[in-house]
Design a protein around this ligand. Structure first.
Ligand code: UT7
Length: 323
C-alpha cells in the first residue's frame, strides 16, 4: 500500500530577537510573569518588509536540501498560515514561484495554530490518493503583525518563523511514514480566540483577541482526546512514542500532555522558551530543531498535536524518515 514518508525538515527564524525584558520596557509585564505562566523567554520577529512567504521559502529550501530534492521535483506545496502576505493570491503561489517549483500546484490551509496538523493531513491525503508524489508542507507565520501591542495578555505570547517538511510517496515503506491523523473543529468556540478584523467583516486586518484561560481549559482536554484517537487508529500505545512534538503555546499545556501520556519528560521537544507561540509554524520548527540537533533520528515514532482558533485541533503519528 502507498505510504507517505517524511523525508526532510527545514526551518527559518527571523534574525531579530525580542526578549521578555524588551517587552517589559514597553508594557506592564515582566520576564517573571511571562516565564511562569507560559515558559516563554524570547521570540523572533520579522524585519520591516519581510513577509510570511520569505520565511516559508527559506524553510522550504532547507527542507528540500535535507531531503535531497530539487524544487522542480515537487508536485504539491501546502502553506499553513493565518498571516498570509496578502488576501490573495495564496501565499503558497508566491512560495511556489520563489522556490522555482514549476511543477507543483500550491495552496494555503488556514487552521491557525492547528494549521500544521491540518496541512500535514491534507498533504498525506494528497500523497496517499496518488494526487501527489512529492509534497512540501510549510507552516509559516508573521504573527507579530496581528498583535495589539497595547494588549499585554496576547502581545507577549507570539513570535514569527517557519518550518517545513517534505513528504514523499513510497510503496516500500516497512511501516514508516505518517501512521494516523485526526482533525476536529468546534466553531461554537470561535469567540474565545479570533482576530477582530477581516475582508468581509470589517475590511481591516484586525488584531488577535483571546480568552486565554478558556482556551487553556479546552487545550488539555481536546489535545488528549485527539491524541488518544490518533494512537488508536495507528495501533500504537503512548509508550511507543519516541518524541512528542507538540504545538508550542504554553509550557504548562505541554507538560500536562507529557504527564497525561505518561511520557518521560526527556521525550518531549520544547522550543516555546526560544520561539514563543509561532502558530502554524511551531510544530515544524520544533521538529526541525530536534532533527538538526540529533535527538530525532530516522525510525523514531513522533507524535504531533495542536489546537488553535476555531477551535480547531488534531494530532498525528509518524515514523520519521525513510527506511
Ligand atoms: O496557540 C493557540 C492556543 N492558545 C493557547 O493555548 C493559550 C492558552 N492560554 C494560556 O496559555 C494562558 O491562559 C495565558 C498564558 C494566556 C494566560 O495565563 P493565565 O494563567 O490564564 O492568566 P490570566 O489570563 O488568568 O491572567 C492572570 C493575571 C491577570 O491579572 P488579575 O486579573 O489576576 O489581576 C491578568 O491581567 O495576569 C494578568 N496578566 C499579565 N500580567 C503581566 C495578563 N497578561 C499579563 C502579562 N504580564 N503579559
Amino acid at each position: 500500500m502507498r505510504q507517505t514518508l517524511i523525508t526532510g525538515t527545514g526551518s527559518y527564524l527571523p534574525e531579530r530577537i525580542i526578549t521578555n525584558d524588551d517587552l517589559a520596557a514597553r508594557m506592564d509585564t515582566s520576564d517573571e510573569w511571562i516565564r511562569q505562566r507560559t515558559g516563554i523567554g524570547q521570540r523572533h520577529m520579522v524585519a520591516e518588509g519581510q513577509k510570511t512567504s520569505d520565511l516559508a521559502i527559506a524553510a522550504g529550501e532547507k527542507a528540500l536540501e535535507h531531503a535531497g530534492l530539487n524544487a522542480t521535483d515537487l508536485d504539491c506545496i501546502i502553506i499553513a498560515t493565518t498571516t498570509p502576505d496578502d488576501t490573495f493570491p495564496a501565499t503558497a503561489a508566491t512560495v511556489q514561484a520563489g522556490l522555482g517549483a514549476s511543477n507543483a500546484f500550491a495552496f494555503d490551509v488556514q487552521a491557525v495554530c492547528a494549521g500544521f496538523v491540518y496541512g500535514l493531513d491534507v498533504g498525506d491525503s494528497m500523497v496517499k490518493c496518488g494526487k501527489a508524489n512529492k509534497a512540501l508542507v510549510i507552516g509559516a507565520e508573521s504573527f507579530t503583525r496581528i498583535l495589539d501591542w497595547e494588549d499585554r495578555s496576547t502581545a507577549v505570547l507570539f513570535g514569527d518563523g517557519a518550518g517545513a517538511v517534505v513528504l514523499e510517496a513510497s510503496e516500500d515503506h516497512d511501516g514508516w511514514g505518517i501512521l494516523s491523523s485526526t482533525l476536529y473543529t468546534d466553531g461554537r468556540f470561535k469567540d474565545i480566540l479570533y482576530v477582530d478584523g477581516g475582508v468581509s467583516s470589517t475590511g481591516t486586518v484586525g488584531h488577535v483577541r483571546m480568552k486565554g484561560r478558556e482556551v487553556f481549559r479546552h487545550a488539555v482536554e481536546k489535545l488528549s482526546s485527539s491524541m488518544e484517537a490518533a494512537l488508536k487508529i495507528s495501533g500504537l500505545e503512548a509508550s511507543d512514542v519516541d518524541w512528542l512534538v507538540p504545538h508550542q503555546a504554553n509550557l504548562r499545556i505541554i507538560d500536562s500532555m507529557q504527564k497525561k501520556l505518561n511520557l518521560d519528560e526527556n521525550k518531549v521537544v520544547r522550543t516555546v522558551h526560544e520561539h514563543a507561540n509561532t502558530s502554524a509554524a511551531s510544530i515544524p520548527l520544533a521538529l526541525d530543531t530536534a532533527v538538526a540537533d540529533g535527538r530525532i533520528k530516522p525510525g523514531h515514532v513522533i507524535a504531533f498535536e495542536a489546537i488553535g482558533g476555531g477551535l480547531s485541533w488534531g494530532a498525528a503519528l509518524a515514523r520519521f524518515g525513510k527506511p
